[in-house]
Design a protein around this ligand. Structure first.
Ligand code: NAP
Length: 275
């Protein structure tokens, strides 16, 4: 079984991005909007700031009080849309009185680092990919890096969120895979996973997939993030290692790629500026 290392791949990519940015003297800036003080968000944001700065991007955090109204947040987004910043990220989750999807969709396409705008998401559906959501793009890059051919592969994606499962299924269809999208109402999940060449789980439920649910030599991509007894684990039970040909670990698999793809998307947005 071969480990698909997101940590190693990110390291390589960051060196490449650093070189592209310095060689072309790209002046890239990023604003991350956070509302409130969610602990998991603080960790993700710390990483986003760290790695973007490492490659020469001017990134900053705009931390807003939990009590801000949706209207006030919308006004801030509109102002950033008119600013010179290359990209804007609205960190989820938001407090329950603010609609994340509505606000994230207001970030204009040309500053939409996360690829959540209607045009960017529809672009994938339309096989006219522009900015791809970072986790989805990170998974695609891992397939590329490990020379995993997707054409004609039977791929089961579990999870249908707008930020991972759905755009991922669309992107895999664009790459000529045969895709089945499963979710919480899917009956007999194992009937699908057992026949899959590649199983991608983006659910957030530990031990959702075990070795009896997959075929020999399957490829496993574990997007899930769960804390069990203080430890970070994915959606796959450890016993799937017995049957996998390739597997992403948690931590160290998809997670590191998500932050790297923020930089990839920022470079694309910068290159599109002025075009
Ligand atoms: P989400 O919006 O909560 O979506 C979860 C999906 O899982 C939903 O479509 C849900 O189905 C489905 N689901 C729930 N229980 C299920 C079950 N028993 N069987 C099959 N499907 C089930 O989550 P998300 O934002 O897409 O994130 C998914 C996971 O990936 C989370 O653990 C998150 O922390 C992680 N994540 C990781 C990264 C990374 O960089 N590694 C990035 C983003 C997210 P319904 O639609 O029917 O409710």
């Amino acid at each position: 079984m071969q480990i698909i290392s997101g940590t190693e791949t990110r390291k390589k990519l960051l060196e490449k991005y650093k070189e592209i940015i310095s060689k072309n003297n790209l002046k890239i800036s990023l604003v991350i909007i956070q509302v409130g003080d969610n602990e998991a968000s603080n960790t993700y944001i710390r990483n986003k700031l760290k790695y973007t700065k490492e490659v020469g991007i001017k990134s900053k955090l705009m931390k807003l009080d939990e009590s801000i109204t949706e209207e006030e947040l919308i006004n801030i987004i509109k102002k950033l849309n008119r600013s010179k910043t290359t990209g804007v990220i609205l960190q989820s989750p938001l407090p329950s009185h603010i609609d994340f999807t509505k606000c994230a969709r207001l970030i204009k396409d040309s500053k939409d680092v996360d690829g959540f705008s209607t045009n960017n998401l529809f672009g994938i559906r339309d096989n006219n990919e522009q900015i791809i959501p970072c986790t989805v793009k990170g998974i695609l890059k891992l397939f590329e890096e490990y020379n995993i051919d997707l054409v004609g592969k039977n791929i089961v994606v579990i999870g249908r969120s707008n930020i991972v499962g759905r755009p991922l299924a669309d992107a895999l269809i664009n790459r000529n895979a045969t895709v089945t999208l499963c979710h919480s109402k899917t009956k007999n999940l194992e009937e699908y996973t057992k026949n899959a060449d590649i199983v991608i789980s983006a659910v957030g439920r530990p031990n959702l997939i075990n070795k009896d649910m997959v075929k020999k030599d399957f490829i496993g991509i574990d997007v899930g993030i769960n804390i069990v007894d203080g430890k970070l684990v994915g959606d796959f039970n450890k016993d799937v290692e017995e049957k996998a040909s390739y597997l992403t670990p948690v931590p160290g698999g998809v997670g590191p790629m998500t932050v790297a793809m923020i930089i990839d998307n920022l470079i694309i947005l910068k290159e599109k500026e002025g075009r």
